[in-house]
Ligand binder design. Structure first.
Ligand SMILES: C[S@@+](CC[C@H](N)C(=O)[O-])C[C@H]1O[C@@H](n2cnc3c(N)ncnc32)[C@H](O)[C@@H]1O
Length: 246
């Protein structure tokens, strides 16, 4: 699994500030973002429960790459290690060094890293011992990408995880798929991907992105209908009910 869950940052409430002020991209995409705002204790319990459920469904030897970051609230840092590794074993912490990050808090050094926690289930894990994998350090300097999702990771990030710890034809899972970066990475690496996303507009975005990258038409499973057909039908049905087309 490779995923980046919501960070509980209240992302929809952000206004661009500081070095992001002139860049209205973040304010624009964050204004229609998921709420991402719950009491911190509930959020951590949710993530603990999520890891327990995940542990129940993945096979022994499966790796989990969990992208998160150190957040800051009430003059203290909150590390994801407060709820990790759950029932998994903890293999390694990888630093994702990005050129900048949204500074939530004054009176501190500008955070410009995120973390990728590598966990695994059972007594061992797959690690492809090829030069392109074992030559990587635990600091990954990868430029962020911008799309219409407020918090995408660049496909190169899941691609490295997938390349290192799975084999051709394996299944990769991303339960918080957002704009579908993991789906794209799995495609590049010839893996099958199962993805979930709660927000229908991000699902649309992920499908459109997949179609653009693969030059194929997405088909709704169990039917022969393409995404374009399903979208047209859904639009027609909304119109006939007099509903909002958004
Ligand atoms: C940090 S973003 C993931 C971004 C993704 N890695 C990408 O590159 O676009 C987290 C995603 O989780 C989704 N999400 C939040 N709660 C969810 C839930 N209960 N089930 C599935 N997806 C959920 C949000 O809508 C959001 O798109």
């Amino acid at each position: 699994m490779v995923t980046s869950p919501p960070y509980n940052l209240g992302i929809g409430k952000f206004k661009a500030s500081g070095r992001y002020k002139g860049d209205n991209w973040f304010a624009k995409v964050a204004s229609n973002a998921y709420p991402d705002s719950m009491p911190e204790a509930d959020y951590q319990d949710w993530q603990r429960r999520f890891l327990e459920l995940l542990h129940g469904i993945v096979r022994d030897g499966a790796s989990v790459f969990y992208n998160h970051k150190i957040r800051h609230s009430k003059l203290e840092a909150i590390s994801p290690m407060l709820w990790l590794p759950g029932p998994f074993k903890f293999r390694q912490e990888i630093i994702w060094k990005r050129p900048g990050s949204v500074a939530q808090n004054a009176r501190m050094f500008i955070p410009c890293t995120e973390r990728i926690y590598w966990l695994y289930k059972g007594d061992n894990f797959t690690f492809n011992n090829r030069p392109e994998t074992k030559g990587l350090s635990d600091v990954w300097e990868i430029a962020p990408v911008k799309n219409t999702h407020p918090a995408p990771f660049p496909p190169e990030l899941p691609r490295r995880c997938i390349e290192a710890c799975s084999r051709r034809g394996d299944v990769v899972y991303d339960p918080f798929a957002g704009s579908g970066s993991t789906i794209i990475a799995a495609e590049i690496m010839n893996r099958n991907c199962l993805a979930m996303e709660i927000d229908p507009s991000f699902c649309d975005q992920a499908i459109i992105r997949w179609q653009r990258e693969t030059k194929q038409a997405a088909v709704l499973e169990g039917t022969k209908k393409t995404y374009a057909q399903v979208s047209r039908e859904s639009l027609r049905s909304k119109r006939s009910k007099g509903g909002n087309e958004d």
